[in-house]
Design a protein around this ligand. Sequence first.
Ligand code: ATR
Length: 279
Amino acid sequence: MDRYAVIGHPIGHSKSPAIHSAFAAATGQILSYEAIEAPLGAGQFAATVERFRSQGGRGVNVTLPFKPDACAYATHLAESARCAGAANALKFEGDRCLAENFDGSGLVRDLSHNLGLRLAGRTVLLLGAGGASRGAILPLLRARPAQLWVLNRSAAKAEALVREFLALGADAAVLHGGGFDELAQSVRFDLVLNATSASLSAETLPLPARTFKPDGLAYDMVYGKGLTPFLRQAQQAGVRQLADGVGMLVEQAAEAFAWWRGVRPTTTDVIRRLSLPLI
Ligand code: ATR
């Protein structure tokens, strides 16, 4: 039987085995999918992948903190992995190891297919300048927003991140980086995405209510945390459409499944099953 796995540390919380097992059952694919905890430390991720490959592994998903290690380990990087400096899916073909990063495309697919948001011509605010934000920028730009602002607690980090994408050819009239203080004067945004890790520690971001449009969408990339402080802020600002990252999680899994198996599973039932009410 073809073997797949998700590798991370810790890994006990991972929903990936349940998601991929559901996809396999729905598409009639015969495969196994397990969760593997790799030890932390230099070379440990590569050693864990090597062992899995030697036991017949065909591909892996990669989660925190190993996404940059997955990029370094691979022999062939897709543009998504190269731009993000991180990979969340590997495929083994003989001696070759191909790397992809489906987080950003999973996000955009969730926004457009599941949440019904037309990104073209809209104003988008991306909060944070870490790995989650970096992986989202290119797929968001491809959806042709009128504006994509990347704002961060440390403005210099957002500015440096944006400069990297401008150097790759992004349009300076669309993509802008800076600090949260810019929100005092800025326009309202159709879509506000939280890609900071503040929700994991239940911290509140300094966002004026006028950042949000009531008929816009507020999206927190974390999942399974219910109504995060960010989503509560958006709700208090009158935003009616709130979403967490469960759809992004399932959509990136579907992209990986299709890449490995050549069959694209439907995602609606799995998203519904994993969704927690945002209350
Ligand atoms: P990830 O890979 O999840 O993006 P990361 O690379 O550690 O994680 O980045 C975390 C992001 O969350 C950063 O943008 C960080 O802001 P700084 O660059 O200023 O540190 C942001 N972040 C974390 N906690 C935050 C908080 N309490 N308020 C605002 N931003 C926060």
